[in-house]
Design a protein around this ligand. Sequence first.
Ligand code: GLU
Length: 332
Amino acid sequence: MRMVFTGILSLIAGAGLVGCGSETTADGEGGVAGKTDYITIGTGGVTGVYYPVGGNLAALLNADTAEHGIQASVESTGGSVYNINAVLSGDLDFGICQADRQYQAVKGLKEWESVGAQDKLRAVFSLYTETVTLAGADDAGIKTLADLKGKAVNIGNPGSGTRENALDVLKAAGLDAESDIRSQGIKSSESPKLLQDGRIDAFFFTSGHPAGVFMQVTTNLRKVWLIPIEDVDGLLDSAPYYLKTTIPVAYYPNALNTEDIPSIGMKTTLVTSVDTPEETVYRMVKAVVEGFETIKGMHDALKDLTREDLVDGHSAPFHPGAERYFKEAGLL
Ligand code: GLU
């Protein structure tokens, strides 16, 4: 149960510190005397990992609000694609997103095919590796990807990063999302209840682990397997951002699995727009690098993070504020 408490505590830590900074600040390096610069970080569903981790980032930054004048808060959103678009439109200052979605936005692929390459997107840092995760109900006979045929499957809401990963994996398994399964496009926080109520048999969610979504769905009456995502080598070869990952079974003691679950995944990254002030981004990166040991202890998904991971896995150019700090810290 340790993971459950870690997750809840980090949420409380994030929520506690977000919104309790002072209204006025000293004339710090980045702040304007007497003014607070309120910024928002786009995350994901409240039972995912982006949301608590976004709270952790905000808490680290807000610990020094008096010095730099920046006060961060988090917003629960539809996920990676929403966050990238909101950062580009100026509705969010920072957004957490999957590395594959960062790549696609920069190259004008998938959701960005009709609008073209998003050349205002900028990389800030990478965090943990997240995993394309598929949960399936035992009583629906789902133990492999092929067993999804004919079943009701939530492939993720439009705006999520998850959705395209689900489509990729289904295709690699020879399944058509339109004709072979009954696809739903509902947000991740709804999935556990829908599955437990028998309205879906399985769902995809690309996330770090442990995630509240999978704790919820495995700790209930309808028994659940986390389904291995294997034999998708074609996907790994064709896409530079996918990598092999495993889900530690220890995080979900009530899942039916007894061994770690192989899958594929990608880096989780933080992005911003070229229009975000250099000092704001510099301060965000500085807060994370200087608070590195603290952040590693804030969520189990972050516990294996190395400083080198921060600069890895980006397709967008670094924001000048990130580049400045990483160079000073000898990481670039
Ligand atoms: N990767 C997911 C998405 O963009 C969100 C994961 C999370 O909230 O932890 O759809």
